[in-house]
Design a protein around this ligand. Sequence first.
Ligand SMILES: Nc1nc2c(ncn2[C@@H]2O[C@H](COP(=O)(O)OP(=O)(O)OP(=O)(O)O)[C@@H](O)[C@H]2O)c(=O)[nH]1
Ligand SMILES: [Mg+2]
Length: 218
Amino acid sequence: MSRGVHISGAKFERGATRASQFPDWDLPEVAFGGRSNVGKSSLLRTLAGSRRLVRVSRTPGRTQEINFFRLELDGIRCSFVDLPGYGYARVPRHLKQLWGRAVERYFAERAQLAALVLLVDARRLPGAAEQELHDYLGELHRPCLPVYTKVDKLPKTRRQTLLWRSHELLGARGKPLAFSALTGEGTGDVLARLRGLVLAHQERISGPPLITPPAELK
Ligand SMILES: Nc1nc2c(ncn2[C@@H]2O[C@H](COP(=O)(O)OP(=O)(O)OP(=O)(O)O)[C@@H](O)[C@H]2O)c(=O)[nH]1
Ligand SMILES: [Mg+2]
């Protein structure tokens, strides 16, 4: 991997459909969210370097639970969380509402949440749902990192223009991150950003370093 950030020991922990089932641990969590079929599970298993870890489906709406994984990111113990896709998940309505509530509580209340990776299909401009999710995370003061998926399906000539337009529409900062589960492009960049977000979260939680300068230096 280009910048040497790597994942080890990835392991499925549990699936949850309600907040009471969320794991009771203090691991920093990076959640992966976006429309059904956008490639959340594919991204996760590419990052983890394990094809067996996460199920990838041909039918949209396959990931129907909030799935928690534990792993080490460059030796830092943390968790990746695969969220159910929104949009056209073919599931009974009352279950959909239940999952919706669990995801909402997850975003609003989960102290362990270090960042949301918001997946956007690189071929389409982000819609109202993506924009709302990005804004919502901003209101909650949670970091939100857009990742543009399936770039292998995009002609190279149109790529930069489309990515920057999408990024601008979301009001996101920094350089847009392009990713392909098919070619593995972007894996190193995404991992490097996630490592930074996890470290920043740990710093926020533990506060500034507990070193007070001696009085004579103040
Ligand atoms: N060409 C290409 N296909 C991809 C890529 N990522 C995912 N796919 C395909 O898109 C489909 C959906 O991928 P998933 O990873 O299951 O998508 P998801 O967002 O987890 O979907 P849900 O769990 O249903 O919400 C599968 O057929 C994947 O093989 C990519 O980078 N390039
Ligand atoms: Mg999935």
